[in-house]
Structures are given as C-alpha cells and as structure tokens.
Write a protein that binds this ligand. Structure first.
Ligand code: HEM
Length: 603
C-alpha cells in the first residue's frame, strides 16, 4: 500500500525507508544525497526550534522540500477539516429532516407526499386557501398538517383553546416575514423572526403608541384627524371619492402624522412617498420568497432601487421631523424656563419618532434595540408599510358598510352625537364612550382580517401542547382567520353577518377595556373564553399587534370626526352595484369598492 508523504518523511528520519515504498519522483528528489545527510524538521515549529544542524542545505534543498511538504500537509489538514464540517452539517440537517418527517407524520393530515398536490394546485390557481383548509379541517379535525415541500411542514390549527396555547407558545415569526421586511426596509428591530430579539423593541413601541393616546395628547390626536380630513383630495373627481383610495389616504396621513408629527402635512414629497410605499408593500413578499435574491432579474433590481428611494425619502422626513421637534423643544424650554423652570419629559413628544429618539437616543449614546439611525429608519418604514395597509383595509371595509347600510350610518351618527358636546372639541375620552362606534370598528375587523392566515413558528424548540400534540420546531403554524372568526359553533348562526351588538354584552364597557389596556398581548374584548380566543384580527399572545389599541382608537376617532362633519353617501349610479354585493340574507358576498360622496354638514 502507498504511504503518505509525512509517513515517508518520518521513515526517512528514522532510517527505515525502503526505495520500493517511495511514492513519487518528487519525494525522491527531496531525498537526494546531494541535499546533505541532515534531517529536515518535521514541523514548522521544529524548523524554528532546530539547532540549525541542517543549515548548509537549508533552504537550498531540504528547506524547499520541507516547505513543499508543509504546504501539502497544511492543505490536506484544511481539506479534512472542511470535509468534517460539511459532513457534520449534512448529518445534522438529515437528522433534523428525519425528525421533522417522523414528528410531522404523527399529526393528522392528507397522506404524506413530499408536497401536498392539493395545496400546490390551489396556490398555482391563486385560489382560496381558506376553502381548502376548511375541507381538510372537516376531514381531519382541528389540527391538520400539510407538506409544502420535503422540508417544509405547515400545521393549520382551528380549535379556539389550541390557538390560544399556540399563539402564546410559538413566539417566533416565519423567517419569510422577516425577509420581506428586511428586503423592503433594510435593518430593523421590529417584525423580525426571533421573539428574543424583538421583545424590547415591541415594549418600547407600545409605550409610545399608548402615550400618543394619553389624555394630554388627546387634543393633538384629534387635530391630526381634522387635518387629515381637511386634506381630503377632491382634485381627481370633485363629486365622488374612490373608497379604497380614500381609505388609503386617511391611513397614510394618520400613521404618517403619528410617526413624524405635524411636519408630515407640509412635506412636499408625501404623494411620491405614498405611491412608493404602496408599490413596495405589494411586491415585497414575492421577492422575499426567493431563497437566493434574483439579482439577474431586472424587475428585482427595479424593486431594490424603489426600496432605496423609499429609504432616502424616509431619511428626509425623519430629519425634518427631528428639526421640528428640537425647535419645539427649544421653544418649550425657553417658555418653561421663563415660567416654572420645568423641562418637559418624553410625554411632551410631538411625534412617535420624537418619542422613540428621546427615549432611546438616535446617536447610540444609549445602547438598545432602537438605537441605530439605520434601524430607526428601517422600523419607521416597516411601521408605515404594515400600519397603512392594515388600517386602510379596515377603514375601507367600514366605509363600504356605511354606504351599504344607511341604517348603520344613522345608528353611528346617533351614538356619536349623543356623547359629544358640540360646543367643545372632540377628545379621546369622548370616543371611549361611543360604545356602538367602537363595536363597529371591532366587528368590521372580525369580518375582514388583514390577511387570511395568522402565521407563527417556533424556530428553536418543538411545541408540546396540553393535548399531547407535538409540533416540530420550524414548522409553519397557521390559523385560518376566516374559519375561526366566522365559526358558527362559536359566533352563532349569524357568524358571517355584520352585527356590532355581539360586542355590546351586558356589563362590558369597551371604552373601559381599551383605556385600561397596557400590556402587549392583545386586548380581551369578550367575556366568553371561546369568543375571546377566536377574535384574532390583531393576533394574540406573544407577538400580538402592538398597534391594536392605537389602531382601534385612531380609526374610531377618524369615523367620529368624519360622520360629525360630513354626510357620507354612495354615488347614486352605483347603488345597484352595491345591491348586488349583498345577498338576500344581508350578507356581504364580496367587498366592493364604492364611490363615496362627502357633503359637509351644516353645524
Ligand atoms: C387595523 C389596523 C391593524 C391591524 C388589523 C393589525 C394587525 C396585525 C396583526 C394580525 C399582527 C400579527 C399578530 C400576531 O402574529 O399575533 C400585527 C403585528 C404588528 N403590528 Fe399591527 N395591525 C394594525 C395596525 C397597526 C399599527 C397602526 C401599528 C403601529 C403603528 C402596528 C404595529 C404592529 C407591530 C409592530 C406588529 C409586529 C409585532 C411583532 O412582530 O412582534 N399595527 N398587526
């Protein structure tokens, strides 16, 4: 058998070498008598520590052989180490895959093929995932597993108590969600997969969002809503407004003003920013679904350049907002010094951004999750993307109902007028008393969740549920929101019907619940456990929406101001189309996009 070069050299040193064992002419050359009899050191350390007895031939001959051999051995060692690492990674991957298959196949679901053909067909046709999951839950029960690919397991859960447990235990978001936000926003501390990493950013944001709704801030909150209404854009069509576009404008201005303060209203790039945000929000998930970013595709490169523009515009408005806040703070300081000598704390923040910056310091003097400038910019873009699309969706559905059901509009108007004192300005406390209005916003959110599936996962650990079901780590957990929030066994025979009164239970004060809510785990609006666990438009548990209270109250404030100041009607020509959207049981078959006419009320 061949011997390795090191063993030959070792043999050479010990004098046991036989010529027949020489492996190559190069080794022979290395051992030629002309190189002198002194032994070549075996290691580099040996060479350095040697007494120099081989010096006459080193480096001319033995030295070269030694270096050659040393390089060869070094390369071999590196290759071996690399091979061992790759083998180890592969073994771990295969073990994890086998484990996933073993645990996954214990869950009920269609026969385990590597990728479920039914789901693939539904996705290819851009079809109804909820309908497909509904059929599977009918056949397999409240927990169903599906193979999306050989290493991708999807587990859908429909039972109220299991959902509660899962949403509390599965603390991570799907890596795809993080990739989507990262692609669009750059580095950010919110919306990322790992709960551990997002925890403190969530808490900080919640504090500032709730602070915006503080009693002291209430007047300025309504000023924002009034400014938003003043900006209702009649330029495209003076007589009517496209409902979807109007809702988007409202949401854009509310979230923008909350984040950047009133400077947002004078921003000349606002329209371009809104357009960019909408494009980026639409395509983000598609591009993030590529495992390797498709740099070779011109459409992808265009998307990246739009994201870069979005970032530049965001940095611009952040700078404006910071300038305005420092000016205001400077003026405040001067007036405070003159009057009482007291300086305002972060409660006096003019915008959410101002709050975030003064709470954590923009320039990294305080280390923390929201401390880097880049991260603040990323978080702001993320909040704009998520907040605007989710809020616009909800505002749009409520406005549609207002024009579809004139009775609802009258009821809401009566509720608003009964509470507010026309002689003084509206305040947040007033809205907290408008029970029917709050119930309308929440019931609309129940019927039209922001997306069809609530998604979670546990990236590190398997989830063991009380019912001894084990869900393997990294499986995508989904809750089909339409099925759960319109489940007849929980919500009654009128589960699909719009009925705000279901939230107005005896002894329940929605305003009190909302005002008292401080945590970040979701608000409990129902006393019935199953209903509370199945009401998930804002999610629930460890990753529940931190903007829930803010969104419900801001949207209620917007509607209160809108209905108080304007008469909202559908465009007459479209009334027939509206009728077609509602069936004989008064159920909305699909959400149309009506044109609205707003007429200023004579107050
Ligand atoms: C009608 C409006 C909104 C709806 C329907 C909505 C809905 C949701 C939903 C379903 C989630 C995922 C929850 C879960 O996985 O359990 C979420 C997360 C989140 N929402 Fe909202 N949201 C709205 C408005 C807002 C606003 C206005 C903000 C802030 C300005 C906000 C901030 C967040 C944040 C930061 C998260 C991520 C939490 C995390 O990853 O830990 N949301 N939202």
């Amino acid at each position: 058998m061949f011997r390795s070069v090191p063993s030959i050299l070792l043999a050479q040193r010990t004098g046991e070498l036989e010529l027949s064992q020489l492996a190559s002419p190069r080794t022979l050359a290395a051992m030629a008598p002309s190189c002198g009899a002194s032994a070549v050191p075996y290691t580099l350390l040996g060479a350095l520590l040697s007494d120099g007895s081989y010096a006459p031939s080193w480096p001319a001959c033995g030295g070269r052989a030694f270096l050659h051999d040393y390089a060869q051995r070094g390369t071999n060692a590196l290759l071996w180490a690399g091979l061992l690492v790759v083998t180890w990674v592969l073994i771990c991957r295969i073990a994890a895959l086998l484990r996933l298959w073993a645990l996954g196949s214990r869950l009920p679901g269609p026969p385990a093929l590597l990728a479920d053909p039914g789901l693939a067909a539904v996705c290819r046709a851009g079809g109804d995932i909820t309908g497909y999951l509904s059929k599977l839950h009918g056949s397999f029960g409240p927990v169903v597993r599906l193979w999306v690919g050989p290493s991708q397991l999807l587990v859908s859960v429909k039972d109220a108590s299991l959902i509660k447990e899962i949403l509390a235990k599965a603390e991570d978001k799907l890596p795809l969600t993080e990739r989507t936000y990262n692609l669009a926003c750059g580095r950010l501390g919110l919306f990322i997969s790992s709960f551990e990493k997002v925890k403190s950013s969530r808490e900080l944001l919640e504090v500032f969002l709730n602070e915006k709704l503080n009693v002291g801030a209430s007047a300025s909150s309504f000023k924002i809503i009034e400014a938003v209404l003043d900006r209702v854009d009649y330029t495209t069509d003076k007589d009517s407004l496209d409902c979807r576009y109007f809702s988007q404008r409202m949401a854009f201005n509310i979230i923008g003003a909350a984040l950047f303060g009133e400077v947002f209203f004078d921003w000349s790039d606002a329209a371009a920013y809104e357009e960019l945000l909408m494009i980026v929000a639409k395509d983000g998930c598609f591009w993030a679904s590529y495992g390797v970013p498709p740099f070779w595709k011109p459409a992808y490169r265009k998307y990246r350049s739009l994201c870069a523009k979005l970032k530049i515009l965001t940095e611009g408005i952040i700078r404006k907002s910071i300038d305005q806040s420092s000016l205001l703070r400077h003026n405040d300081l001067r007036s405070c010094n003159k009057s009482e000598g007291v300086v305002k704390g972060p409660v006096g923040c003019t915008s959410l951004l101002d709050g975030i910056i003064s709470g954590r310091c923009l320039y990294g003097a305080v280390e923390g999750p929201l401390s880097s400038e880049e991260e603040i910019c990323g978080n702001i873009v993320g909040l704009m993307l998520h907040g605007i699309s989710a809020s616009a969706n909800l505002v749009g559905s409520i406005l549609t109902r207002l024009v579809l059901y004139p009775k609802l509009k009258d009821q809401l108007y009566a509720d608003i007028v009964a509470v507010c004192n026309r002689s003084s300005e509206l305040e947040v406390e007033d809205v907290l008393k408008m029970q029917f209005l709050l119930a309308t916003v929440c019931e609309s959110a129940r019927l039209l969740p922001a997306g069809p599936l609530l998604q979670r996962c546990s990236t590190q650990h398997d989830l063991t549920l009380k019912s001894s079901i084990i869900i393997p780590a990294r499986a995508a957990l989904v809750v089909p929101l339409h099925l759960v929030q319109m489940d007849v066994s929980i919500w009654g025979h009128d589960a699909c019907k719009f009925n705000p009164n279901r939230l107005l239970e005896k002894g329940i004060d929605l305003g009190e619940i909302l005002a008292g809510h401080k945590g970040s785990n979701g608000i409990k609006l129902f006393t019935d456990c199953d209903k509370a666990d199945s009401f998930l438009p804002f999610g629930s548990g460890s990753r529940a929406c931190v903007g829930q209270k803010f969104a419900i109250l801001e949207i209620s404030m917007l509607l209160a101001s809108l209905l108080l100041n304007y008469e909202v009607q559908p465009q007459p020509a479209l009334s027939k189309e509206m009728d077609l959207a509602v069936d004989s049981n008064n159920l909305l078959r699909h959400l149309p996009n009506p044109k609205l006419i707003l007429t200023k009320r004579n107050i």
